[in-house]
Write a protein that binds this ligand. Structure first.
Ligand code: ZN
Ligand code: ZN
Ligand code: ZN
Length: 374
């Protein structure tokens, strides 16, 4: 359902671009340059099939229409983007200098914000063409605008979360023992697609000691009865992300698995409970971490508590010590504490939550109790 309605109207894109222009003015910049990546998707709906060395750049400035400069051969793709009616599209052809084309859209002495995904070669090319311009990080601003989702985006994130949920219920029915992690990971990917995801970003199956490495994806290890297994899966549905982690036991859980799982479950709940207006990102991290520290396992929680989600599965805001960004209704991020015991096991539990006027709402609601699989 969500994928059918995955695009927004040209007016919605125009409104987002205006917000960026206003924000640039507040930052005393003359405009913002956005190259392909999540910021461009959010602003125009344009997701080039391949991001190449050919310059594509959206120029947002108070004194001109939003203008998208594209390679001539990709013009039809850009024109087909959902937000194309809200931008004026200009092109450059192979054999001409793209930076000369771009410089016609910029002030010779302008100060510009730059999206995080801009390639160094493009930025240096612009600097060469217009030596008096200067380029500034927009990391603290544009991704924070994107972090606050509108109702249409929230609906898509909720739909992606609900689809991932059905998948979790189904994965509990598959056989784990005697199969390789990669085989269970393939089942997870199939289920994500069967439940409407057009893109699978990750399917982590960390069994036994492999679970102790938070960045382990899936390997050749054969899963055994008695293993604790971290599952972490997500991707895009209708252009918006899902990301869920649950930890299961293959057969009767060992005492250590039970003990660690219960600490992580309480930590995750404490993190979610800390999501409310008046809190900051850091407060959520602290709330989850405190539970793990009280259990004497603080040093074994080796990563931040969460990350934002939207047109990508990992983006700002980051739920981490030192991030004093206040929580705003419409922000969406993961709450995913974990405990990692090298050589033994790992446990992680993750839900996507959104900040509401009343507190928070989860997009994943499947049981967080330790499930037993076969
Ligand atoms: Zn995850
Ligand atoms: Zn995550
Ligand atoms: Zn991650």
């Amino acid at each position: 359902v969500a994928s059918a309605a995955s695009t927004f109207t040209a007016d919605e894109y125009a409104d987002r671009m205006q917000r960026v222009v206003r924000d640039a003015a507040r930052a005393t910049l003359d405009g913002v340059l956005v190259t392909p990546g999540p910021d461009l998707v959010w602003l125009t709906g344009y997701r080039p099939t391949a991001i190449t060395e050919r310059l594509t750049v959206l120029v947002l400035a108070p004194d001109r229409e939003p203008t998208l400069l594209v390679p001539a051969l990709e013009r039809p793709d850009a024109e087909a983007a959902a937000g194309s009616a809200a931008v004026s599209i200009v092109d450059w052809s192979d054999g001409t200098d793209p930076y000369v084309h771009a410089s016609r859209l910029l002030r010779g002495d302008g100060r510009y914000g730059v999206s995080d995904n801009a390639w160094a070669m493009h930025l240096l090319g612009l600097q060469d063409a217009l030596p008096k311009t200067s380029y500034h990080s927009f990391t603290e601003r544009l991704p924070m605008l994107r972090a606050v989702k509108d109702p249409g985006e929230l609906a898509r994130l909720a739909a992606a979360g609900a689809a991932a949920e059905m998948k979790y219920v189904e994965i509990l029915q598959v056989r784990f023992s005697g199969r390789r992690e990669t085989e269970v990971a393939a089942d997870l990917a199939d289920l994500l697609r069967a439940h409407g995801h057009e893109q699978v970003d990750f399917t982590v199956v960390g069994s036994g000691p492999n679970g102790a490495n938070p960045h382990h994806e899936a390997g050749d290890r054969v899963i055994e009865t008695g293993d604790c297994v971290v599952l972490d899966f997500g991707g895009l549905m209708g252009g918006y992300g899902s990301d869920t982690s649950r930890t299961v036991s293959v057969g009767e859980p060992a005492a250590l698995t039970r003990e660690v799982h219960e600490v992580v479950r309480r930590a995750q709940q404490a993190g979610v409970d800390a999501v409310r207006l008046g809190s900051t990102c850091q407060d959520v991290d602290r709330a989850a971490r405190a539970v793990i520290e009280e259990a004497g396992r603080g040093p074994q929680f080796i990563h931040r508590t969460g990350h934002g989600i939207g047109v990508t599965t990992h983006e700002p805001p980051y739920i981490v010590e030192g991030e004093e960004q206040p929580l705003v209704p419409g922000m969406c991020f993961s709450v995913e504490p974990g405990i990692y015991l090298p050589g033994e096991l790992g446990v992680r539990i993750e839900d996507i939550v959104t900040v509401t006027e009343q507190g928070s709402r989860r997009f994943n609601n499947s049981a967080r109790e330790l499930a037993v699989v076969q």
